[in-house]
Design a protein around this ligand. Structure first.
Ligand SMILES: Cc1cc2nc3c(=O)[nH]c(=O)nc-3n(C[C@H](O)[C@H](O)[C@H](O)COP(=O)(O)O)c2cc1C
Length: 355
């Protein structure tokens, strides 16, 4: 194992300075703005939107455009797009840039059939020529750096990423994130970071290591043994921003019940603001277990919250369970910067394709 790396060191992707070596993973159905802002507050140096359909952007789909909303305290932020047509992807990338993202990330990793059957996501690893065309078209279309996130390949044991990765860099990718599982594996088995080390040795751009980073020790080991520039944390940060702080600083402190409730309530409020009450109600349910589990509250408490009909009722019940959380929340809010959002209305109408 090489020298111990300071996770709080900054690094660069082209002109973009990333203040720490911990990156918050893009996760569909999870990486809303509240999640990303919270990730930044707990020390993630870079956050990423969930994958956004380039076709949805092209068609001006209202829900899709909502994914392009960027708050001033999210930077640096990557917005991830997926699709299979170079021209549509480059149009979408222009919108991403106009929305204020610092990076445009391209998804060559999604293993879900709904996406792969359209020729997007991980399937593109088996069509290196087209993958390169997409990266080249996007890099040509925008000034901001282009990054790519990929899996090891489609089949178990595949090493396709080592063949395609250097070609994607040649086509214009300024960083690669590798989740070294096959698409077939989905989330089973283990991420094989020996492959990450191989990829690092083949390219001269920073590589981000994604997969099973859940502790400070694991983060240090992966950085030291692979030469990756940063680690990416996904499932470990769901309902658990304290994991980011622990990985960065190793403070080991478990949050109090008041802290957990305060963070969850803030998350509820911001998500309602972002998605609207109706969509947020269903969306938020999975977060109750993520926040309140890990031995923080009795299991029955989560079951009770999931049955409540409105987010307002959930909030009231949470404050009943931990009244001191109101003060913790006031403190967090006082420390939060005043947020300015890039509203879609402010974008030049031409990028909507005539609106
Ligand atoms: C619920 C969920 C949704 C995900 N959505 C995306 C996505 O939209 N784009 C992407 O590139 N990866 C996505 N991923 C993969 C993660 O970014 C990450 O690479 C993977 O979970 C491995 O990291 P982990 O072990 O830290 O979770 C998703 C993963 C999960 C669990």
């Amino acid at each position: 194992m090489g020298a111990v790396i300071d996770l709080r060191e900054s690094w660069r992707i082209g002109p973009v300075e990333v203040p720490t070596r911990v990156v918050l993973a893009p996760m569909a159905g999870v990486s809303v703005q509240a999640f990303r802002r919270q990730g930044r507050r707990f020390g993630a140096g870079l956050v990423c939107s969930e994958m956004v359909s380039c076709a949805g952007i092209e068609h001006g789909n209202e829900r899709t455009l909502g994914y392009l909303r960027v708050a001033s305290d999210e930077h640096p932020l990557a917005i991830q797009i997926f699709g299979s047509e170079p021209s549509v992807m480059s149009e979408a990338a222009r919108m991403v840039e106009a929305a204020g993202a610092d990076l445009v990330d391209i998804n060559f990793g999604c293993p879900v059939r709904k996406v792969t059957k359209t020729g997007a996501g991980a399937t593109l690893l088996d069509d290196g020529a087209r993958a390169c065309e997409i990266v080249a078209a996007v890099a040509e279309a925008v000034e901001i750096p282009v990054s790519v996130k990929m899996r090891r390949g489609l089949e178990n044991g595949s090493r396709t990423c080592l063949e395609v990765g250097p070609r994607l860099v040649e086509a214009g990718a300024q960083t690669l994130t590798l989740h070294p599982r096959s698409a077939k594996q989905m989330y089973t088995g283990e991420a094989d970071h020996a492959l990450t080390a191989d990829l690092v040795s083949l390219v001269d751009v920073p590589v981000i290591a994604s997969g099973d980073i859940t502790s400070r020790a694991r983060a240090q080991t992966v950085l030291a043994t692979t030469g990756a520039a940063a680690v990416m944390v996904g499932r470990g940060a769901q309902g658990n921003p304290w994991a980011l702080k622990e990985i960065l600083e190793g403070d080991g402190a478990e949050p109090t019940q008041e802290e957990v409730v305060a963070e969850l309530v803030l998350f509820l409020r911001e998500t309602v603001r972002e998605l609207g009450d109706r969509r947020a109600t269903g969306f938020l349910k999975k977060f109750y277990g993520w926040y309140l589990g890990r031995g923080r509250f009795p299991r029955t408490f989560k079951q009770e919250l999931v049955r409540l009909e409105t987010v307002a009722e959930v909030e009231a019940r949470l404050f009943d369970a931990a009244p001191g959380a109101r003060f913790v929340l006031q403190r967090i809010e006082a420390e939060q910067p005043v947020v300015e959002e890039t509203l879609l209305d402010d974008m030049p109408i031409s990028i909507y394709g005539g609106g």
